[in-house]
Design a protein around this ligand. Sequence first.
Ligand SMILES: Nc1ncnc2c1ncn2[C@@H]1O[C@H](COP(=O)(O)OP(=O)(O)OP(=O)(O)O)[C@@H](O)[C@H]1O
Ligand SMILES: CC(C)(CO)[C@@H](O)C(=O)[O-]
Ligand code: BAL
Length: 280
Amino acid sequence: MTEPAICRSIAALRDTLKPARMADERIAMVPTMGALHEGHLSLVRRARQEADRVVVSIFVNPTQFAPTEDFDAYPRTEERDVELLRTLGVEAVFAPSVGEMYPAGFATGVSVGGPSVGLESDFRPHFFNGVAVVVTKLLLAALPDVAVFGEKDYQQLCVVRRMALDLNLPTRIVGAETVREADGLAMSSRNVYLSPDERRTAALIQTVLTEAATAIGDGGDAGAILAAGRERLAAAGFRVDYLELRDADTLAAVTAGTASRRLLVAAWLGRTRLIDNIAV
Ligand SMILES: Nc1ncnc2c1ncn2[C@@H]1O[C@H](COP(=O)(O)OP(=O)(O)OP(=O)(O)O)[C@@H](O)[C@H]1O
Ligand SMILES: CC(C)(CO)[C@@H](O)C(=O)[O-]
Ligand code: BAL
């Protein structure tokens, strides 16, 4: 059991990490919005394999939520989160206030093109600007050697990779596999919004993804397969934002030269928006 240092300020985080840095130890960061589940914990375990010290950030970032979205309702369970992290040997938990991250008069943006175009951006146009600015700030606060992000948020992972490359950030970005419930539903902090009925239906997302990925991989007509997938989800009560096939590296449209493909989905079940993806 390690007692993680709870750092509320960037200065406190840097002080906490200083001895490790002076000793030339490797530092890994896992950025989260808290309400931790097994998916997050798998990222922490991965981070521990990659480095000597692990810092986990817990920050519900207001700039990636639209005014109509669930910033206020987003689950906040810091005490329980720290309890879970205690068992995993985490050096520091960075849990700043909004004021610490966004001082009065904050006026700077980070805007990423390329993989942020389309998909999530068509439905959450503010989202990647908010993610890009906060991830930049988190990485500059901790200056980790490695940062671990989940493939569950596949487009976010691609955007962060692009940004780290373009801005010469001194952090290697590592993607970690999606952790799923027994019925295949991707773990997500927002799954707690689902009613028992919706929770049962939610597993259909993974079924549709795997069946469509297999059919497309076998050479089927992607357009027809995706249309059938959208219809199947709609018939079960989902409101589908997108179910699309993209280049797995750039997230551009698939062409004859595309080396690897990824199928990505976002769909609403009642008031809960679920996302998932799969390699094809
Ligand atoms: N099931 C999962 N498997 C692996 N990584 C995950 C999983 N769920 C989330 N992550 C990763 O954890 C990090 C923090 O994500 P976040 O705190 O937003 O959790 P979340 O469960 O995705 O919540 P939300 O419901 O807000 O999408 C991200 O890199 C995200 O991709
Ligand atoms: C990367 C992140 C922590 C930035 O707020 C968030 O988008 C998330 O939890 O995936
Ligand atoms: N998991 C990504 C954070 C968000 O949806 O706001």
